[in-house]
Write a protein that binds this ligand. Structure first.
Ligand SMILES: C[S@@+](CC[C@H](N)C(=O)[O-])C[C@H]1O[C@@H](n2cnc3c(N)ncnc32)[C@H](O)[C@@H]1O
Length: 273
């Protein structure tokens, strides 16, 4: 029997209801069939991110290696998912999870021809029930109210296998001098009511599971964006009851494990490695 269509994995699980915050706040952005073709353009994503989209996508994708099995938490407009799927290559696996039927269908369309990618419908506020080499949330957390945000971060960290990585790319409080500060304040007030609660919130404080990870954060574009990387301090061997390690990468093995609360926010000129 031929394998199922690459980006159209099906599930017997009942379809999850849409979260209230999505329906109430973001219906126009993610649930409106007519607006979708206008919004799902790389030029639009790049304009919303003040020309930083390509850099941020590169920074996120560079955290993962060809051949890895990565979970992308929520669909993203523009080229993000195809770029990540290509980065993982035919030997890797990209699983995209989103709660919106419209977004799932749209992502499957964009991932056609990339058999390493699957898209399924699920609410990330609920435990995922799968584990991966890495998980990634690209501008998801600022669109989620604080309670659900905690649950999502907790579920994503739970889905990272020992030695794996969680990557969060999102807004961050810009520097006081930032010329776009007042405008972003207005944008958040008008369109992104949950974003301000993320700006001063360290992501590692959102889940007790953070203790099992070594955290680092870098910001760019005057602090408006952050790339947060959490490396699971275990190793694959741990899972099998083997040798324990303080970290899976050379950096984290050599360095003492940084307590999340003590991890400094490194400031880089650009979010690119
Ligand atoms: C990743 S976020 C924002 C991405 C970014 N603004 C962009 O460029 O598209 C948008 C997606 O999150 C999804 N989403 C929001 N809450 C979710 C949840 N609890 N579970 C799964 N998907 C969720 C929405 O359906 C939507 O497709």
């Amino acid at each position: 029997m031929p394998p199922p269509s690459p980006a159209a994995a099906t599930s017997n699980a009942p379809a999850p209801p849409l979260p209230d915050y999505l329906v109430d706040t973001y219906h126009w952005a993610y649930l409106n069939r007519r607006l979708l073709p206008w919004l799902d353009r790389q030029a639009v994503v790049n304009a919303i991110l003040w020309g930083n989209a390509d850099q941020l996508i590169r920074a996120a994708c560079a955290e993962f290696e060809p051949g890895q099995r990565i979970l992308q938490a929520a669909c993203v407009y523009g080229v993000f998912s195809p770029v990540l799927a290509r980065r993982l290559g035919p030997g890797g696996r990209l699983e995209v999870v989103d709660v919106s039927r419209l977004q799932v269908a749209n992502a499957r369309r964009k991932l056609r021809g990339l058999p390493q990618a699957r898209v399924r419908r699920a609410d990330l506020v609920r435990p995922l029930g799968t584990t991966h080499d890495g998980v990634l949330a690209f501008f998801l957390l600022h669109e989620v109210p604080p309670g659900q945000r905690r649950a999502i971060v907790d579920n994503l960290l739970a889905a990272v296998e020992p030695g794996g990585k969680a990557v969060f790319v999102d807004y961050h409080r810009p520097a006081r001098w930032h010329p776009l500060g007042p405008l972003m304040h207005l944008v958040f007030r008008l369109f992104e009511p949950y974003a301000p609660s993320l700006l001063d919130q360290a992501i590692h404080e959102l889940s007790p599971r953070a203790e099992a990870f070594t955290w680092s954060r870098r910001t760019c574009f005057g602090g408006l964006y952050q790339v947060v990387v959490a490396r699971h301090r275990g190793t694959k061997a741990n899972q099998d009851g083997g040798e324990r390690s303080n970290g899976h990468s050379p950096e984290s093995t050599n360095a003492p494990s940084v307590h999340p609360a003590a991890a400094p926010a490194a400031r880089l000129p650009a979010c690119v490695r």
